[in-house]
Design a protein around this ligand. Sequence first.
Ligand code: AMP
Ligand code: MN
Ligand code: MN
Length: 338
Amino acid sequence: MTLDEILKEIQEAEKIVMLAHETPDGDAIGSLLGLKLGLEKIGKKADVIVTKYARTFDFLPAIDALKTESDIKKYDLAISLDCATIKRLDNREYFENAKKTIVIDHHGSNNMYGDINYVNPVAPACAEIVLSMLSYYNIEIDSKIGTCLMTGIITDTGGLQYPSTTADTFEYASELLRKGVDIPDICKRTLQTKTKANFELSKRVMDRLEILENGKIAFSYITKKDLKEVNAEEGDHEGLVNIGRNIEGVEVSIFIRQDDEDEKMYKVSMRSGEYVNVSDVCLMFGGGGHPRAAGAKIQGTTEQIKTKLVNETKKYLKWFWGRSKKSSNWITFLINAF
Ligand code: AMP
Ligand code: MN
Ligand code: MN
C-alpha cells in the first residue's frame, strides 16, 4: 500500500526536505509543520524550506524551524505537500535534485509528479491527509502537531463551513479538541482577525466590485500600487475573493491581483457557490485547484483579463441553467438556452 511505501522511504532516507506551493496558505504551512513534528516522533528530522509566509502563522508550533534555503543537492528524499503541479512548487529545485520524491496532496488537478503520489481529492485539506497518515503510522498526535494540522483544516474549510467538510473532518476536530487544540483560537487568528492592510484592501475591492451576468458573476481587482499604498505584507490579499462570493445571487467570484515583480501578470482567484467548477475554468488558463476554489496566472490588463475570465465562466453558467431545477420554468429555460 502507498502509505507503507511512503513510510519505508522516510525510514530509509537520511536527509529529508519538505516543500509546499508558492505563497503558502494555512494548509501548506500547517501540513509542513504537522508532518515535520510527526516525523520527529519516529526519530526522523526534516528540513522545511519556505521562501516567505504570512505573519498570521507566527503562532504555529515550530514555525521558527522553517528555512529559506539549504544545500540543494544533499537530500535523499523530497516531500511535496498541498501542491498540484511542480510548476507551482516553491523551491522546486530541491525536489528536482532529490534522489526520491513523494507528493501528498488533495487537489483534483494534481498531475502526479512524484515517484510516489498519495493524492485524495475528497480530503478537504492536505492537513487532513497528513493527520490520517500519522494515525495510520501510530504516531501520537499531540497538541502541537494537532494545532498545525487543525490550522490547515480550518483555513481550507473556512472554519468547517465549506461543503468539502466531511463527517471525518468533524471527528478529527473533536479528537483534537479533546487533546487540547484550541480551535476557537485558530479560527480567530486565521479567519476573523484582519490586518489593517487587508482591511484597507477590502474597501478598495468593494468600491471596484462589478456584478455581471445577471448578478451571477462578481469581479474585482487590486493593483501593485494598491498593495504599496496600504503597505501590504505577505498574505494580506487572503480572503478578498470572498467579498464577491458572499453577495446574494453571486455564483462565481473572480478576484485578480497584480504580481509584485511582473506588472503584466495577474494572479487570479476564483470561488463558486453551488455548481460552477472553477477549477475547470482555471485549467483553461494553465491553472487549477478545486471545484469551488481555484486559481491561475494570466497576463494582460485588468479589463482584458476580466473579459477572458467572464467569457469562459459564462459557458458554465449557461450549461448549468439548462439543467437546473429552474429549467422547469420553461420561459427561464428558453431565455437561458439561447
Ligand atoms: P487561491 O485563490 O490562491 O486561494 O487558490 C485557490 C485554490 O486554487 C488553491 O487550492 C490553490 O492551490 C489553487 N491554485 C491557485 N493558483 C493556482 C495556479 N496558478 N495553478 C494551480 N492551482 C492554483
Ligand atoms: Mn493551499
Ligand atoms: Mn489545501
